[in-house]
Design a protein. Structure first.
Length: 171
């Protein structure tokens, strides 16, 4: 009888190990996701040129364009680009920005000056993307062009094709 009891115990232990092994293995990728994210160093692009601007969104008072030559998928998983906002009156605001699909955030790196140089932003943090208010340019970039869920929608050429292939969004 004791031998039967030991066999039953060994069999139960073996089954428990078999059932728990996939759970233990499944936790490994989560550990990789928990690694601390590090932003790569900033390299500012050349000033945008009119012939490289691609309109993608129009609000009630502004139109927004991406400088196609500045678009970059960085090694840290961010998408970086020069954004040109033009008011209905013709005033332009130029900014170099980053967008993170994984966290639904945007960061302003620098402002473009009229002489083609950049002024770095004093604010050095990522902010949640807003999908409310008049200007929804970042949420439009996130949902219509750059991201698929929380992942980047492809390499630069794919993102540019998406920007070129879709009609401008009006809200």
């Amino acid at each position: 009888m004791p031998t039967l009891h030991l066999r039953h115990l060994a069999s139960s232990l073996f089954c428990t190990l078999l059932l728990s092994a996939p759970l233990l293995h499944a936790q490994e990728p989560a550990d990789e996701e928990d690694k601390e994210w590090r932003e790569v160093a900033l390299q500012l692009p050349e000033a945008p040129k009119a012939e490289n601007l691609l309109n993608f969104y129009k609000s009630n008072s502004q139109s927004f364009a991406i400088d196609t030559k500045s678009l970059l998928v960085a090694s840290d998983g961010t998408i970086r680009y020069t954004l040109v906002a033009t008011s209905d009156g013709g005033a332009k605001n130029i900014s170099y920005e980053g967008l993170r699909c994984q966290s639904y955030e945007v960061k302003l790196f620098a402002f473009g000056r009229p002489d083609g140089t950049w002024s770095r932003s004093r604010r050095n943090q990522w902010d949640a993307i807003s999908s409310t208010g008049a200007n929804k340019q970042h949420s439009t970039l996130f949902s219509d062009y750059f991201c698929e869920g929380r992942t980047i929608a492809g390499k630069v050429n794919v993102l540019l094709d998406k920007l070129r292939g879709k009609k401008m969004s009006y809200y």
